[in-house]
Structure formats: structure tokens, C-alpha cells
Design a protein around this ligand. Structure first.
Ligand code: MCA
Ligand code: AMP
Length: 503
């Protein structure tokens, strides 16, 4: 019986005793050991009554066990739903409930905090920690290291990733085996990954970039990873000579460039540096080449689509562009009002179609219909242009979204919380330039007449409902928000007014 995702990414490495994960403590884990652990975790989940097709939500620290949980879900035919460890219990409760997760795996130290929400959602609660600790790890320790792979086909769901919207509640993007597999294989080939590659992996594994791009591409090629629990500049610099490739958000590259220890010598052994998730400034691209001789390879993707475009591996990597549509992916620029395709060079909304495009939003047929056309094209919400040579550039966003350090933040979610605070009439949340994170979150607030709400109190109140990285760095009080004739807040004017704001 076959299970394309498991067989292609994991199963074919069975029995290999060569290292798969090189860990920070100097030890390594072979493919065989990794797969044995995945099998134990698959048994552990089955013993808890979790069945093929069930969702498994996981808010756990990055570790070999956390990655093995992903492999275990693939092998057992479960839908993996990874969650940012920064999310508060309020945020998590929505995901667990909305997805109907059968199992919720959290960090051991947060078990008490999470137990009520798991119970309300009807999910079994287990814990998993970095060093094989936690109740699920202990249960797995007692299981067999061989698990009979559950049959799946390419159209079956493999993962749910939640992505917020401009109107409020997060949507669960349903990704199939085909979505993940086709993208991993295409990228591995395009970027010429082989079994000899060693990827410096410092990204979180709860988002598309760290999990489906970095991990799946490495697995598709049979390579290995230097697997950091989080971004650590010193460790990266010290270990770069052992690696051949790196993937990161632009903040990774600007941080490296800020450090004088990051020299041409240190990058000699590297084959490729890949960037995505947020715009890479053309000046960073140029600075990077001046310092190291390497031209960063920038690509563009989304939670709903995995990767859509990439600069070429062999051809010219053009700064300020995200390259060409991937093989098998169609991309067009359309008029946001009519949906008609625009001529080359014109700016419009980016639409994509291909085996990478998701199946829709979980139990949200209207939202799915609004963004995923019947003909298969997905409306990305990004604004772009294709130049005469076919390179795609992203010139802006039709959606109201902030990208901070590679994390996407939807202002609406924050505005709703601020607007609920005593003494607040209304608010607008915007992204302003930030030297490290690219953009930082700023809240512009209007108080109710004759009221004087306290900034610190508002920030404190909303902090229990909002991950730290989403919380505004500061609130600025104004008498009124600029509006157009339709009454819509003109965020472009606010962004212009506060563009030189520094913390
Ligand atoms: C941490 N902090 C942040 C961020 N990260 N604030 C705003 N934006 C952030 N991204 C805050 C913390 O809450 C803390 O606040 C302070 O900064 C220091 O935290 P620390 O953990 O030390 O930060 P760090 O480890 O240096 O993290 C920065 C980081 C990290 C390495 C840039 O955010 C990161 O790994 N980002 C990658 C995100 C990613 O993988 N995106 C891919 C999404 P305080 O001190 O005030 O408490 S997938 C995607 O977008 C699509 C599909 C694609 O195309 O890839
Ligand atoms: P998400 O699906 O929430 O992870 O975020 C995807 C969004 O990140 C895209 O719609 C783009 O707006 C943005 N993005 C990803 N890669 C790039 C890139 N290379 N340049 C500019 N924006 C990017």
C-alpha cells in the first residue's frame, strides 16, 4: 500500500545509518534512528485513539522529536497542524477548536494552562519536550520502532496551516500530499539539492518555510541538516563551514551582515543562500554579494500555495525580484477589479495555479470561493509585475498585512482587541520600517470623547490574547484617523506619516 508523502520523503531513507540531523550538542541522528522514533510516535498516537484523517495540533519546541511527530503524522495518515510557540492560550484555543483536532500536543510546562481549552475542544492533551520529555514522548518510548504505513493518496490531506485574514478569524489552509510533495521535488531539482547537501536549519518548523521548504527539500534530496533549536548567530557563524546551503528570512541575512565575523572565508564552503517569506531589500542583496561573493537566491511563496516562484539557480539572480514561476506553476497578473489578465509590465494582483495550490480553507466555503477561483487560480493578495525578461516582482500588497521578521501579522486581529479596550473609540494598526525585522507593529489610537485611556494598560490587557511578536511596539494617540470619501481608513497616509518612527 502506498503513501506518497511518507514513502517519498521518509520511507525511502529506511535503514540508512548516515546522519540526517546534526544537533547543537555535537551529536547526530541517523535517518534510521529518526524513522524509528517517528514509528514510535505513530504508535503512541494510535494508542490514544487517533485515527487516519484526524487532525493533530502541535505547539511544541523545535527538536528532533518535534520533526519526528511530523513524519509520524505522515506515516499514520494524520493531518499535521503545527502552531507557533509564541501563541497565547487564547489564540491556540481557536485553532484546536476550529480544526476539530483529535489530539493537541503542547509543551510540558504549559500543560495546566492548556488543559481547559483541550477539554472544551474535545481533544486529547499530551506533551512533548525538546529532550524526549513529556507524556507523548514517554508513551512513545514504550512502543515498537516499526509502524505499518497507512495507505494514502496524493489528494489526501497532509497538513493544516492557519493563516489570518484581513477580516478577522484565521483560516485553516488545507494542504494535500500532492501540494507538499510536488513543491518539494520541484524545488530540490531547481536548487540542485543532492544527498551531499548539509542545510543550516535555523528557522522555526511551524511554518511553511522551515517545514515544507527547508525540511521537505532536504528529505527529497536525501541530504542532512544542521538542526538548530532557534536562530543563533554565533552558532551559525561557527558552523557555516560544515554546511553547503542555508534558507532564511531576510532578518537572518541582515543579522549576518551586521556581524564583522561574517566574511567571505566563512562562506567558502557554501553552495547557496536562499531567502523568502518577506521582501529582501535590493541593498541587502548587493551588500551580501560584496561581502561573500554569493548572490542570495530569492523565492516567493505563501501558506496556501507553498512556493510559487524562484530566481534561477544557474541564471541571473535578479535583486528586487522573486524570479520566475516554478515549473508546473502558472502565474498571471490581473486587474483586481475585473480579474482580467494584464499586459506584461503592468501592475496588478498575482494569481497562481498549479499542483502546489491548496484545497481550500477548512469549513469556510465562502472564504475559499472568494480567493480560489473555479478555474483553479488562487488570488494571492500580493501586487506584482512581470518584466520583459519574465522576472516577477512583488510591488505591494492588496491585503492588509505586516511582515515582521518573517512572521505575518494581520492588523485586523489587533485592532479588534484594541477597539474593545475601555476608553478607545477606534484604532488602526500599521507596519513601519524596522532595521532588524523589516517592519514593526505600531498602533494608532483614537480615544472616546473626554476619555484618556492609558497606553501601558491597553498593551497589558491585550497581551494575554496576542503572541508577543504581534503586540504593537507602541501606541500613538491621535484625534482622528484619516479616511477617504468612502469612509475607509487611509493606512497608506499613516504609514507615510510614521515611516521614520523609531522605537
Ligand atoms: C521575535 N520577536 C519578534 C519576532 N521574533 N518581534 C517581532 N517580529 C518577530 N519576527 C520578539 C520577541 O517576542 C522578543 O520580544 C524579542 O523579539 C526577542 O525575541 P527572540 O526570541 O530572542 O528573537 P529571535 O530569536 O532573535 O527571533 C527573531 C527571528 C525569528 C530569528 C527573526 O522571528 C524567526 O525565526 N523568524 C522566522 C519566521 C519564519 O519562519 N517565517 C516563515 C513563515 P521581547 O523581548 O519584547 O519580549 S512561512 C512564510 O512566510 C511563507 C510561506 C514563505 O514564503 O516562506
Ligand atoms: P504567509 O502565507 O502568511 O506565510 O505569507 C505569505 C506572504 O509573504 C506572501 O503573500 C507575500 O506577501 C509574502 N512573501 C513571501 N515571500 C516573499 C518574498 N520573497 N518577497 C516579498 N514577499 C514575500
Amino acid at each position: 500500500m502506498s503513501n506518497p508523502l511518507y514513502d517519498t520523503l521518509f520511507g525511502r531513507h529506511a535503514g540508512k545509518t548516515t546522519p540526517f540531523l546534526h544537533l547543537e550538542n555535537g551529536t547526530s541522528l541517523s535517518h534510521a534512528d529518526f524513522l524509528a522514533r517517528a514509528a514510535q510516535l505513530a504508535h503512541a498516537m494510535a494508542s490514544l485513539g487517533v485515527k487516519p484523517g484526524d487532525r493533530v495540533a502541535a505547539q511544541i519546541d523545535k527538536s528532533p522529536d518535534a520533526l519526528a511527530l511530523y513524519a509520524a503524522c505522515a506515516q499514520a495518515g494524520l493531518v499535521f497542524l503545527p502552531l507557533n510557540t509564541g501563541y497565547t492560550a487564547d489564540e491556540v484555543s481557536y485553532f484546536v477548536e476550529n480544526s476539530g483536532a483529535a489530539l493537541f500536543v503542547c509543551q510540558d510546562h504549559r500543560r495546566d494552562e492548556m488543559s481547559a481549552l483541550a477539554q472544551t475542544a474535545g481533544a486529547v492533551l499530551e506533551t512533548l519536550d525538546q529532550d524526549r520529555g513529556g507524556s507523548l514522548a514517554e508513551r512513545a518510548d514504550r512502543q515498537s520502532a516499526e509502524f505499518e504505513t497507512v495507505a494514502r493518496n496524493r489528494d489526501d490531506l497532509a497538513a493544516f496551516l492557519y493563516t489570518s485574514g484581513t477580516t478577522g478569524r484565521s483560516k485553516g489552509a488545507m494542504l494535500t500530499q500532492e501540494n507538499l510533495l510536488s513543491n518539494a521535488q520541484t524545488l530540490a531539482e531547481l536548487w540542485q539539492f543532492t544527498a551531499q547537501d548539509v542545510l543550516l536549519h535555523a528557522l522555526p518548523i511551524f511554518h511553511t518555510h522551515g517545514l515544507f521548504v527547508a525540511v521537505n527539500v532536504t528529505l527529497a534530496a536525501g541530504g542532512s541538516m544542521i538542526f538548530l533549536s532557534k536562530f543563533d548567530l554565533d552558532f551559525l557563524l561557527e558552523n557555516m563551514h560544515r554546511a553547503t546551503a542555508m534558507m532564511g528570512v531576510p532578518t537572518f541575512y541582515t543579522r549576518l551582515l551586521e556581524d564583522p565575523r561574517f566574511t567571505r572565508d566563512r562562506t567558502q564552503h557554501m553552495r547557496v543562500f536562499i531567502s523568502g517569506s518577506a521582501p529582501l531589500l535590493a541593498e541587502t542583496h548587493v551588500q551580501f554579494e560584496d561581502r561573500t561573493g554569493h548572490r542570495i537566491l530569492e523565492r516567493y511563496g505563501m501558506t496556501e500555495t507553498n512556493m510559487n516562484t524562484s530566481n534561477p539557480y544557474d541564471g541571473e539572480r535578479r535583486a528586487g525580484t522573486v524570479g520566475f514561476p516554478l515549473p508546473g506553476v502558472e502565474l498571471k497578473i490581473t486587474d483586481p477589479a475585473s480579474g482580467d489578465a494584464l499586459a506584461a509590465g503592468e501592475i496588478g494582483q498575482i494569481e497562481v495555479r498549479g499542483p502546489n495550490v491548496f484545497k481550500g480553507y477548512w469549513e469556510m466555503p465562502e472564504k475559499t470561493a472568494a480567493e480560489l477561483r473555479e478555474n483553479g487560480f488562487f488570488i494571492t493578495g500580493d501586487l506584482g509585475r512581470i518584466d520583459d525578461d519574465g522576472y516577477v516582482s512583488i510591488v505591494g500588497r492588496d491585503k492588509d498585512m505586516i511582515i515582521s521578521g518573517g512572521y505575518n501579522i494581520y492588523p485586523k486581529e489587533i485592532e479588534l482587541l484594541i477597539d474593545d479596550q475601555p476608553g478607545v473609540l477606534e484604532s488602526a494598526v500599521i507596519g513601519v520600517p524596522h532595521p532588524d525585522f523589516g517592519e514593526a507593529v505600531l498602533g494608532i489610537v483614537v480615544a472616546k470623547p473626554a476619555e484618556t485611556p492609558e497606553s501601558d494598560q491597553i498593551l497589558k490587557n491585550i497581551s494575554t490574547s496576542l503572541a508577543r511578536f504581534k503586540q504593537p511596539r507602541k501606541l500613538i494617540f491621535v484625534r482622528e484617523l484619516p479616511r477617504n470619501t468612502m469612509g475607509k481608513v487611509q493606512k497608506n497616509l499613516l504609514r507615510k506619516e510614521y515611516e521614520n518612527y523609531t522605537e
